[in-house]
Design a binder for this molecule. Structure first.
Ligand code: DX5
Ligand code: ZN
Length: 226
């Protein structure tokens, strides 16, 4: 099973985002993960469409935008125009999932649904057939550099089981506390995309850290195919 590495720029130097993106691309990054926070859904503020647009000008790989905001519907088209290739919205803020997933797809963007650690996988059942990706949070959203919640491994397995049950091959993205020590186990559990902020930008050499994370995550693939 191949795994994609998506560095989260949340832990990068915001004065040098272009360099940060290029450094991880040299290390084989498959996507750039951009965390949008509104100070309401999470107790932190980050970036909006202008920063996505600026990163789009320098990035060669797709931009996965993670919306940790209370009113995602109001901003979908702005982020699509800014160059998002995938938009993930949190299930916790939506009373109806289907219209938002449809709206994202109509913008020509991959539609993702994100789950907080305390949200059961059953919360996404109604859109399990339609989603293009599921983002499983493995820390409580809001800040980089938090410790991985071990129960997330079971959450990934349950999410994969739900998607398989409805015949949806959509990838599962795992976000929060991903590092060299848990990458292989996450892939074994069914993760297809590993988001990493501090494990990449908290290191001296983000290029090498990107490569190292891929190597660590592939340790399981080698065992699986052996
Ligand atoms: C947390 C964000 C994550 C964050 C991950 O709310 O959604 O994307 O950047 O950072 P690390 O890898 O440091 O846990
Ligand atoms: Zn994120």
């Amino acid at each position: 099973m191949s795994v994609l590495i998506a560095p989260s720029i949340l832990s990068a130097d915001f004065a040098a985002l272009g360099q940060a993106v290029r450094a991880t691309e040299r290390g084989g990054a498959d996507a750039i993960h951009i965390d949008v926070m509104d100070g309401h859904f999470v107790p932190n503020l980050t970036v909006g469409p202008p920063v996505v647009q600026a990163i789009k000008r320098v990035a060669k790989v797709p931009l996965d935008v993670h919306l940790m905001i209370e009113e995602p519907d109001n901003y979908l088209s702005a982020f699509a125009q800014a160059g998002a290739d995938a938009l993930s919205v949190h299930v916790e803020v939506l009373s109806k999932l289907q219209p938002t997933i449809n709206a994202i797809k109509e913008l020509g963007v991959r539609a993702g649904i994100a789950l907080n650690p305390s949200t059961p996988v059953t919360a996404i059942e109604v859109v399990a057939r339609e989603v293009d990706l599921v983002l499983v949070m493995s820390v409580n959203p809001g800040f980089g550099g938090q410790a991985f919640i071990p129960q997330s491994l079971n959450k990934v397995r349950a999410t994969r089981a739900l998607l398989d049950q409805v015949g949806n091959p959509a990838p599962i993205t795992v976000d929060g506390g991903v590092n060299l020590g848990n990458a292989a186990a996450l892939v074994e559990a069914g993760a297809s995309v590993l988001v990493a902020g501090s494990a990449i930008f908290g290191q001296d050499d983000p290029t090498e850290a990107t490569r190292a994370l891929r190597n660590a995550s592939q340790a399981s693939s080698a065992r699986e195919s052996a």
